[in-house]
Design a protein around this ligand. Sequence first.
Ligand code: DNO
Length: 356
Amino acid sequence: MKMTFRWYGSASDPIPLKYIKQIPGMTGLMGLLDRPAGVAWAEEDIAALVKEVNDAGLELEVIESVNVHEDIKLGLPTRDEYIENYNVTIRRLAKHGVKVIVYNFMPVFDWLRTDLARVIPEDGSNSLYFDEKDLGEMGPLEIVRRTAEDSKGFTLPGWEPERLALLETTLKQYEGMTQDDLRANFKYFLDAVIPVCEETGVRMACHPDDPAWPIFGLPRICHSQADYDKMVKLHDSPANTLCLCTGSLGSDPNNDIPSIIRHFGEMDRIGAMHVRNIKFLGYHHFREAAHLSCTGDLDMYAIMKAIHDVVPDTYVRPDHGRMIWDEQGRPGYGLYDRALGAAYLNGLWEAIERGE
Ligand code: DNO
């Protein structure tokens, strides 16, 4: 396992690389250049980012994310130009040592929460929270407004302002699109990018829908084992993989996470792992918990054991942390709780290894 940490770049992430390096066992980052979807990333910018990370003693083998332009998901004629730019980015990233690109194929919205700082009564910390009942009252435009307001000035991943500016138009364009239509557009994209990945030694790792069900009537096609079985067959290649996020898939209690890890790990279709815990509060209602198993409803030991057994060399990052110790950070992406998460996951790993 390579333990990594998500980082947004020195211009927008208040966490210095030095602090990340000081987390025991941290080997690298899942990092990014903050660029609008659809553009080709400039090679000198990639080189500068890799150098900055390497100079801090960390690796940058995983990029999260290179976002997929909405026209590709919509299957518009303009998609070819954006796909071409995506391929240019893949080639340039590969040249600078990147091995995995995390992305998603969710229409319009990436992850979605109804509260970014719900206080956990037991200890006064706060975490990301979702209750579908609240969503019903809000509607897409309202949730975007609230999320922007609550994000403390940070740009949240998947909620980049330029994407959301066109929200009303984009929602209309999706009207009538079925899951199969979206899947056909997904196949078109994969057929174009996976050969470039194979040639350059990069793996595409598709992040699940979060939460793990359709929202606002939009088609979503990556939230169960059955969905991903279809997804990996759209273009059958070791370069076409999942970024298996335990908390996203785990928001649906029907998803048995350790078993899904074993299923796709045995097929060699896991490119990266996001590991976090969830506390179920009811139907389509949950909050994010500390990583420790007993604070939530996922069995983190069984998750780490499955990773250990089937994809022992994969990239893992502690996913969303709570806000603790009065940290003022990007919701889900503060330093303290994610560092605790990494230490805990490393501890589980050591115990699993010693137990053999
Ligand atoms: C949320 C993240 C997602 C993820 C993207 C990948 O916190 O896990 O935004 O990065 O879906 O493209």
